[in-house]
Design a binder for this molecule. Structure first.
Ligand SMILES: O=C(O)CCC(=O)C(=O)O
Ligand SMILES: [Fe+2]
Length: 325
């Protein structure tokens, strides 16, 4: 195995703390139900969402309303794509401007150190199974956005306006992690935070996603739960909420036995959006913690370097942090 995949010792995956179902598991059925009884479950649901966003920045949801057959259709398409011979995958190139464009199987690199990650990925195309799945997940993402808005003490649809406009930037990616001959030395994806608003992730039954626990900095493996989806808060919600909800650091470990597939849906605002703390949440006593920044500029800068990583040269929200102390 190419030594470029060997991570520096401090980044190598140490055994994670058990697979305990520690990431909060939230049942979203009260959102779908019409009955008064189910509606009464809503305040409890808001409390759960608020606690999960504060304690973890991660949650898992069940009864989320996304038809599983749509997810399975896209999972099948991903399997078929990554099973193609390398030459065929290389022929379909990603369009640098349009993340929904065509596809390309590529290997991620850490641009800072030249270390490589043990994965291939491609964006889902608009016209394939990705589109139907994408529409269903987008509906879920808006419901989650409304819940989050309510937990911030704001009207349910307060954040929706940021997702309207002529330059959408939401996209789906297909990730593939082949079995790795030296999983103790490599990583599928290095530690990072997602830059957008929310990520809705479908993982298969193999497992490998590790979340950094806030209380002690330990990496906790997210247990695969059939039919569930994983939600994580991205940097934009951190800024909108003025640090009430922090985006969580995560990474992907690999294994020597089984290939793994995952499908993140990155729910992002319109490119034209200026990102800053919501005015209802700031006051003289609680000033904005970040300078406003343009999402389209941030997104393009991140994509032109190498997405995802906490590498020094990559654009990060802390570059916009104000000196308030
Ligand atoms: O494969 C996973 O479980 C997560 C991948 C991820 O964090 C990402 O693509 O941003
Ligand atoms: Fe991520």
């Amino acid at each position: 195995m190419d030594e470029a995949f060997y991570q520096d010792p401090e980044h190598r995956p140490k055994p994670t703390v058990g697979e305990a179902g520690e990431i909060p598991l939230i049942d979203l059925s009260p959102l779908a139900a019409e009955s008064a009884e189910a509606r009464q479950a809503l305040p409890g649901l808001l409390d759960q969402v608020e606690a999960a966003c504060m304690d973890w920045g991660f949650l898992q949801v069940v009864n989320h309303g996304v038809p599983l057959e749509l997810l399975e259709g896209l999972q099948l398409a991903a399997r078929e794509f990554f099973a193609l011979p390398a030459e065929e995958k290389a022929q379909v190139r990603r369009d640098a401007v349009n993340p929904w464009g065509t596809t390309k199987g590529s290997t991620r690199r850490t641009s800072g150190t030249g270390k490589r990650f043990w994965t291939s990925w491609c964006p889902a195309r608009r016209r394939d199974a990705g589109q139907r799945y994408g529409r269903a997940v987008e509906e879920l993402a808006f419901k989650l956005l409304e819940l989050i808005s309510l937990t911030l003490g704001l009207p349910a649809k307060r954040l929706n306006e940021f997702f309207e406009g002529g330059s959408p930037s939401t996209f789906i990616r297909l990730n593939y992690y082949p079995p790795c001959p030296a999983p103790h030395l490599a990583l599928g994806v290095g530690r990072h935070k997602d830059a957008g608003a929310l990520t809705v992730l479908a993982q298969d039954d193999v497992g490998g996603l590790d979340v950094k626990r806030r209380s002690d900095g330990e990496w906790v493996r997210v247990k695969p739960i059939p039919g569930s989806l994983i939600i994580n808060v991205g940097d934009i919600i951190q800024v909108w909420s003025n640090d009430k909800y922090e985006s969580a650091e995560h990474r992907v470990s690999v294994n020597s036995e089984r290939e793994r597939f995952s499908i993140p849906f990155f729910f992002n605002p319109d490119m034209s959006t200026m990102i800053e703390a919501l005015e209802e949440l700031v006051s003289d006593g609680a000033p904005r913690k970040y300078e406003a920044y343009n999402w389209g500029m941030f997104f393009k800068t991140r994509k032109d370097s190498n997405f995802g990583k906490l590498a020094a040269e990559n654009i990060q929200i802390h570059h916009f942090k104000k000196n308030t102390q």
